[in-house]
Design a protein around this ligand. Structure first.
Ligand SMILES: *Cc1c(COP(=O)(O)O)cnc(C)c1O
Length: 480
């Protein structure tokens, strides 16, 4: 058979090698998300190429590891799962230092950070100067920012937290070793917005002892994004750090607009976003973006130890598998679908005599009143929605109960405010949702609601109907 391979076949083979090399080298030279999507075949080639740079995969000689951490992986399955990349990222407690034994993993880490900045810029976040992909979720990433700032404000013991009822961002303050000073939002129209006056008074009073203000852009309606422009101005006047929790805010043009304005109008040091909520990768990573390049480096320096490269890897592969164009299209689809969700929810609310909260600045989440369901039945309604396969939509009841998060007490936790209300249903349109899912959501929501109302109004002893089965089988709210 060998005689059948002639000059043209050999030439073609050289072309294949050249093309593959060109593709990989260009990526490494540019360090930008390519315009066009890569095929799965190219992704495999890319990973094999990276792994070849790690010393334990050397082919020019037999590698001999004489250290305590040599990238050995016992299980062949686990090795395959990680595509022979086993060294992780970082070195002796600096996430951005190159690990000589693991050049491939270090290159992957570098690409992840570059892609993160590229994607933020492409989404319009011109205020970002540095970006760091960290192998921890949003709450822990917020903690890393605060921890890295400690030495800059040695007298600080407080972090001002603009209340948003989500436990991980609150706990990030405690984990960083600071005491939270809570500022509740105030009601303007239907929306819960930042109490700038109260924040100002607090900062005036305790300025020196405050490390930073922790604000939030993306939150469940009726909470609006914080007024980070005004907060940034206060932080600049008082020379304190400003950290923004932008957990799923990359999807919202309003969050992006505010972030850019905040940098121009005052001080904003860093904003943190979840990798999974924004880029559809498995949970485990976040992007810390900074408005000064040197800030990202100092947070990387603060990180204790080496880290998993899995979140960086999944993010890089996800960017390559889409290309910058369809990455953007995914976000544009969210903008369109959110408007559709709002139209549909308003139509549904009209039909059943409810109202959709008017929170124009929240372009991800919606809330609808539940006045037609007696308060004592609202939780049950939430658990039935869950049992019908609707996850993420949650019923928020008003409560005078006190909830504890560590040693801190909150009234009406879940509502972002102590203020009592009539109960509502909140839902979000996250990037990745598709038209069919949205249609099905409203079909199920509508049929479940009508059946529920029928039982509640037509059964004198509604509490003993078959709905109780649901209550036992399913948890009441999504605790996410
Ligand atoms: C998701 C989210 C967080 C962070 O949660 P992690 O599990 O740490 O990623 C923080 N705040 C808000 C508002 C969120 O939605």
């Amino acid at each position: 058979m060998r005689d059948a391979f002639g000059r043209s076949e050999n030439e073609y083979s050289r072309l294949v090698a050249k093309t593959n090399n060109k593709m990989l080298n260009q990526l490494w030279e540019k360090k930008k998300i390519p315009e066009e999507a890569w095929t799965d075949h190219s992704l495999e080639l890319f990973l094999a190429w990276l792994a070849s740079h790690d010393t334990n995969n050397r082919m020019d000689m037999n590698p001999l590891g004489a250290g305590e951490r040599e990238g050995r992986v016992k299980s062949a399955f686990v090795r395959r799962l990680h595509c022979n990349l086993s060294h992780g990222i970082g070195r002796s407690g600096n996430l951005c230092e190159i690990q000589p034994k693991a050049l491939g993993s270090s290159m992957l880490n570098c690409l992840a950070n570059e892609f993160a900045l590229h994607s933020l810029h492409t989404l319009g976040l011109t205020c970002a100067r540095g970006a760091l992909v960290v192998p921890v979720a949003t709450g822990m990433a917020l903690m890393l920012c605060m921890g890295s700032w400690r030495k800059a404000r040695p007298n600080a013991k407080y972090v001002v937290w603009l209340r948003v009822d989500q436990k991980s961002c609150f706990k990030s303050i405690l984990t960083a070793g600071y005491e939270p000073l809570v500022v509740d939002p105030i009601r303007v129209g239907d929306a819960l917005v930042t109490d700038i006056e109260r924040l100002n008074a607090l900062v005036e009073e305790k300025g020196e002892e405050i490390l930073c203000v922790l604000s939030t852009t993306s939150a469940f309606a009726p909470r609006a994004p914080d007024d980070i422009e005004a907060i940034a101005a206060i932080c600049r006047t008082h020379d304190i750090f400003h950290l923004v929790n932008n957990a799923y805010g990359l999807q919202s043009t309003e969050c992006i607009r505010r972030l850019n304005n905040a940098k121009n109008s005052g001080r904003m040091d860093a904003f943190v976003q979840s990798l999974d909520k924004n880029f559809q990768v498995p949970v485990g990573g976040a992007i810390i973006a900074t408005t000064k390049q040197s800030q990202a480096a100092s947070i990387a320096q603060f990180y204790p130890g080496r880290a998993s490269c899995v979140p960086s890897r999944d993010f890089v592969l996800t960017c390559l598998s889409q290309g910058i164009r369809s990455l953007l299209e995914g976000f544009e689809d969210q903008h369109r679908l959110f408007e559709k969700m709002r139209r549909k929810l308003r139509a549904f609310a009209d039909e059943i005599g409810e109202n959709v909260y008017d929170v124009p600045d929240n372009k991800i989440s919606l809330a609808m009143t539940l006045s037609t369901i007696p308060p004592e039945k609202q939780t049950l309604f939430g658990s039935i929605l869950f049992s019908r396969g609707i996850t993420g939509a949650r019923v928020v009841m008003s409560t005078t109960k006190v909830s504890r998060v560590e040693n801190y007490e909150f009234l009406n936790f879940g509502s972002h405010t102590n203020e009592q209300h009539g109960g509502y249903l909140a839902m979000a349109c996250g990037v990745g949702m598709i038209d069919g899912e949205l249609d099905e959501l409203f079909t199920r929501l509508s049929s479940t609601y009508l059946r529920f109302i029928h039982k509640v109004t037509h059964s004198a002893k509604a509490h003993s109907t078959s709905f109780d089965v649901d209550r036992d089988e399913f948890s009441e709210t999504d605790k996410d």
